[in-house]
Ligand binder design. Structure first.
Ligand code: AVJ
Length: 325
């Protein structure tokens, strides 16, 4: 419609199918314990809607905390970054994006916005919306998987990469180190990273945030079984799995689990396999790491990303760290 959106595609729908099959073969059908799926399969259309609902739950604080920090400090972040290009990884809530874009525009430097996401349809929609609201902005959308295509971030200008929402917590320590290293390798001196991390806090609040009273997180978690039914012709009965999200003290992460309520056999038609679950057997669907601020700083520094400034909400529940190569 005449808007100035350009698009670059590194992931096609068929890729997701192949990745899902490989992951299910290794994580569900293999001998590995616990059984595990990566959290990306939680976010089909229904799952994304349920996640939006989660962000409005009284118990789920991270989204509100991050918004509070951005409302108070987006201007400081924009000035400290000196960026003319905003790259947003896992381009999520449009509201946070706009707070950053507005602040960057205020500095008078903003030229380009690069939303980066796995879902082409979603990305096209949000890119068009931003382009129409910021007519002077060049919007270049990149469809990619940040596990594989970090090396493909567009070059040039002074770039600020925003990775918000605490999604970095989905990566376990070794994957996280790889992520920081790959990201840093693609940045030039002066480029920055704005990273949102959920912080360690009292276990009761962590538990409540991932085991909400209304049961929305349970629906979100069980929905991944519907995804497997649809995409792999599986015959999971979501009712036969219970949601639980305990805090793992050793790893300092909350993990979402689906626990088989009885012995059962599930057919994965597309893989020509059966999977048995014992009563009480756990399928892990997500880890959500909780951090100490010094730990975030040290992990970034290990990748050559040096902390410039860090902001937290008043309660100290969530942090946004700005680091520079
Ligand atoms: C989108 C990964 C930040 O870990 O808190 C919310 C996902 N899982 N409730 C998080 C999630 C269960 C969320 N992130």
């Amino acid at each position: 419609d005449g808007s100035s959106v350009t698009m670059e595609v590194h992931v096609r729908p068929g890729d997701a199918q192949r990745t899902l099959r490989a992951e299910v073969l290794a994580g569900l059908c293999g001998e590995r314990q616990p059984r595990e799926l990566s959290p990306r399969w939680l976010y089909d259309e229904r799952g994304s809607q349920l996640f939006e609902e989660i962000t409005r739950l009284p118990e789920y604080y991270p989204t509100r905390c991050e918004r509070e920090i951005l409302l108070a400090h987006a201007g400081d972040m924009a000035r400290a970054s000196g960026a003319d290009t905003l790259i947003e990884l896992g381009s999520g809530s449009s509201e946070k994006t706009r707070l950053l874009l507005d602040a960057l525009r205020e500095t008078g430097r903003l030229m380009r916005f690069v939303p980066f996401d796995v879902s082409e349809a979603f990305l096209r929609q949000s890119a068009e919306a931003v382009a129409s609201e910021y007519p002077e902005l060049h919007v270049h959308a990149v469809v990619g998987d940040f596990g594989r295509h970090l090396g493909r971030l567009p070059r040039g200008g002074r770039r600020l990469v925003a990775f918000l929402g605490g999604t970095i917590g989905n990566l376990k320590p070794p994957e996280r180190a790889r992520f920081y290293a790959e990201l840093a390798a693609g940045l030039s001196p002066g480029d920055g990273l704005l990273l949102g991390t959920d912080l360690l806090k009292c276990r009761k609040r962590l538990f409540a945030a991932y085991n909400d009273r209304a049961g929305v997180t349970a629906l979100f978690n069980r929905n991944v079984l519907n995804v497997l039914n649809r995409e792999l012709g599986a015959d999971f009965n979501p009712e036969a799995f219970e949601h639980l999200a305990p805090f793992d003290e050793e790893n300092e992460w909350v993990e979402m689990q689906l626990i088989s309520t009885r012995p059962q056999t599930v057919l994965l038609r597309a893989l020509e396999r059966y999977v048995n679950f014992a009563e009480g057997e756990v399928l892990r669907t997500e880890v959500s790491c909780k951090f100490r601020v010094e730990q975030v700083e040290a992990e970034l520094a290990a990748a050559g990303l040096h902390l410039v400034e860090r902001w937290t909400d008043a309660a100290g529940d969530f942090a946004l760290s700005l680091a520079r190569k």
